[in-house]
Design a binder for this molecule. Structure first.
Ligand code: SF4
Ligand code: SF4
Length: 65
């Protein structure tokens, strides 16, 4: 069954932390305050971070896993 996972365009991330605060699975961290990193094992593809990001640089991709 196809699942969705969030991915970040890291080069455009301004490390504001909005996505990390909204994620219900605590799947997003910002190591060293540089850019957001999404743990694909924790992400359930809910899309909340996609809507929250002020820079609109998070998207959902369909995976087969
Ligand atoms: S899609 Fe949902 S679970 Fe996945 S990182 Fe974004 S807010 Fe968290
Ligand atoms: S909300 Fe967007 S700009 Fe802010 S830390 Fe997350 S991915 Fe980066």
């Amino acid at each position: 069954m196809a699942k969705r996972k969030a991915i970040v365009s890291t080069q455009e991330c301004v490390a504001c932390g909005c996505c990390a605060r909204i994620c219900p699975r605590s799947a997003i961290t910002i190591p060293h305050g540089i850019y957001a990193v999404i743990d694909r094992e924790l992400c359930v593809g809910c899309g909340k971070c996609v809507k929250e990001c002020p820079a609109s640089i998070i998207s959902l991709e369909v995976t087969e896993a």
